[in-house]
Design a protein around this ligand. Structure first.
Ligand code: G3P
Length: 231
């Protein structure tokens, strides 16, 4: 099984550039990325993105109560066939959004369940979904690693739990370094989403150890010459 690479991104010019790459099989966004990209009108901004790509793309709801989450999800879904509606696993108070996930999944809406950290949450989600409507579960590996937690066991267990669901894909989210792609592949993740710069580094994988040594030494040499260091 191959691990698909998605690009975690919101800048329109970057989406244009990365959409052309064969290695990029889809896109993910979130409200923070949208804000950073300067989006002012959320709906219009998403529609601009949709003019650029037909690849799968996740747009997140930002309401915090079930009724409004459902309303936003229904609106977002109507914007295009390639959309996965991103729903957080809980609201901001930590209340599991199982009923919302169940309703939207049964309405045949493709979902990307986000802000997932544990296999226990994966199990709760799987208990609420059918075996036909496409669904992604995004596990935030980098954010847990940032806090000293190992993402690998949680992702491994989640993949095992999702095995019986052919419609469910486990996504390594919150990528911190190119090597995370190798880790995601080893685990059998269906997807990894990574920032654009990391995709460019993945494209350049394959340099030999001896060339790495030469490049490293060259770098130190160039810098010491530039600084005219003397001993
Ligand atoms: O888009 C979801 C996730 O990939 C965000 O990652 O870097 O904000 O932890 P990050």
């Amino acid at each position: 099984m191959t691990t698909k690479i998605f690009c975690d991104i919101a800048e329109l010019d970057q989406i244009k550039k990365f959409n052309k790459k064969k290695i990029v099989k889809g896109f993910t966004t979130n409200p923070s990325l949208m804000r950073k990209a300067g989006a002012k009108n959320y709906s219009n901004y998403c529609k601009e993105i949709l003019k650029i790509t037909r690849k799968p793309i996740s747009f997140e709801v930002f309401a915090d109560d079930s009724k409004n989450i459902i309303n936003q999800a229904l609106k977002i879904k109507r914007w295009g066939k390639n959309i996965y509606v991103k729903i957080p696993v809980t609201n901001s108070k930590g209340v599991f959004l199982g009923k919302v996930i169940n309703k939207l999944n049964n309405d045949n809406i493709k979902l990307n369940i986000t802000a997932v950290y544990t296999a226990k949450q994966t199990s709760q989600i799987l208990n609420k979904v059918n075996k036909k409507t496409k669904l992604i579960i995004s596990i935030f590996a980098g954010r847990m690693a940032d806090k000293g937690k190992d993402p690998v066991p949680e992702i491994k267990k989640s993949i095992k739990l999702a095995k019986k669901f052919k419609n469910v894909e486990i996504l390594w989210a919150s990528t911190r370094e190119p090597y995370n792609y190798i880790q995601a592949k080893k685990l059998g993740c269906h997807i990894i989403t990574t920032p654009p710069l990391i995709i460019e580094k993945i494209e350049k994988f394959g340099k030999s150890f001896s060339n790495l040594t030469i490049d490293t030494v060259k770098g130190f040499l160039i810098d010491s010459r530039k600084s005219k260091f003397k001993i």
